[in-house]
Ligand binder design. Structure first.
Ligand SMILES: *Cc1c(COP(=O)(O)O)cnc(C)c1O
Length: 373
């Protein structure tokens, strides 16, 4: 029986369900992201197997795992494509680059995007053209891959994915979007015209700061095959327990993002006029320079804000006083966290921080942040 991976029902029933699913809201879709057959648990437990008793579709654990498939079905449905899981966001990014790039190719990258992606591409035998996320972008003539990131991490700038995808396609380039900050229910780059989505599900998708995972989604069946095959032969595969934890977390993604965005909106209001705070960014605010583009292509804005305090000492003093804000270099978790990006070598001011609003009560969080500034 394949009910454990959401494929137990017959064809007709599946099609009917697919129709229903399209009409559902985000909360319903993530809660019901793994349809359970009668007699089965709501979310099947992780399947640990290196070798299977041959005869079904699964042969060997490096190539096949039903716990991966259940989460891939859920993420693919949310992204509007087919998802392939990887053991981390960087494993997703690096496998995509390895599969689509050849020596001598030209890649366009955000100058203000995730630093490890830029470091990785810098080590490859390719030509790199960097552009700020908000533009201007170079000509895409002769470019093999345009890798966008919107909103960018950590600056939270936004690019017009549909317009850039159109220009890149006109020049024959492939378009990928790092959708980590937005999440699959915050933005659907494939529906905006991108060819590929990459995501670090370590962040808000898993949401509990206890697991790393990533995925690539695309509607191109040939690319799906090449990604799966690169995973099987490359051998860096996700752990079934990690995949299961992420699937468990996915069920509350809508609830968590809703609270995080409420907290971010409340923090934005009190931080925007605060004398200790400069260059506050949150694309959810109509006052933000990225809002106009963001509102056209994003379905929700999430809980990540960026701003500047005076310097590194001011950030340390803030963290020393706060009881609710943890220093942490990740984001999207239950706990409010703050990261001073210059400490990791991002080319940003010393006092620039990314604050990831968690799921605490809004009044408690606002009081703690104001009291700590
Ligand atoms: C964290 C992150 C990654 C890398 O993901 P890991 O799961 O840490 O490997 C890639 N892109 C962005 C935008 C990220 O925030």
């Amino acid at each position: 029986m394949n009910s454990a991976n959401g494929r137990g029902s017959g064809h007709g029933e599946r099609a009917e369900r697919a129709g229903e699913r399209g009409a559902w809201g985000d909360g319903t879709r993530v809660v019901h992201s793994a349809p359970a057959a009668p007699g089965q648990p709501f979310l099947a437990g992780p399947v640990f197997a290196s070798a299977y008793h041959l005869g079904g579709e699964d042969t060997y654990g490096r190539a096949h795992n039903p716990t991966w498939r259940a989460l891939e079905a859920a993420l693919g449905e949310l992204d509007g494509g087919t998802a392939v899981l990887f053991p981390s966001g960087m494993a997703a990014v690096s496998t995509l680059l390895r599969v689509v790039l050849a020596p001598g190719d030209t890649v366009v990258l955000p100058a203000d995007g995730y630093f490890l992606t830029r470091n990785l591409v810098a080590e490859m035998p390719v030509t790199v053209l960097e552009a700020p996320t908000a533009g201007p972008y170079p000509s895409f003539e002769g470019v093999r891959l345009v890798l966008l990131e919107s909103p960018s991490n950590p600056g939270l700038d936004v690019c017009d994915i549909a317009a850039l995808a159109e220009a890149a396609h006109a020049a024959g380039a492939l378009v990928a979007v790092d959708n980590t900050t937005a999440t699959p229910i915050g933005q659907q780059p494939l529906l905006l015209g991108a060819d590929v989505v990459v995501s670090s599900d370590t962040k808000a998708v898993a949401g509990h700061s206890d697991v790393l995972l990533g995925h690539v989604s695309t509607a191109d069946p040939d690319l799906v095959e090449r990604l799966r095959s690169a995973r099987t032969t490359g051998g860096a595969i996700p752990g079934p327990f990690e995949a299961w934890l992420v699937h468990r977390g996915l069920g509350t993604l809508d609830l968590r993002l809703t609270r995080q965005a409420e907290n971010a909106a409340a923090l934005y209001e009190v931080l925007k006029g605060h004398p200790a705070v400069a260059n506050l960014r949150w694309p959810g605010s109509p006052a933000d320079p990225a809002h106009e583009v963001a509102v056209r292509q994003m379905r929700r804005f999430g809980g990540v804000l960026t701003f500047e305090l005076a310097d590194a000492d001011a950030v340390a003093a803030f963290l020393g006083r706060s009881r609710l804000v943890y220093a942490s270099t990740s984001f999207g978790g239950l706990h409010t966290s703050l990261d001073r990006r210059a400490q990791w070598g991002d080319p940003v001011p010393e006092g620039l921080v990314r604050l990831s609003a968690g799921c605490e009560d809004t009044a408690d969080l606002v009081a703690d942040v104001l009291g700590s500034l």
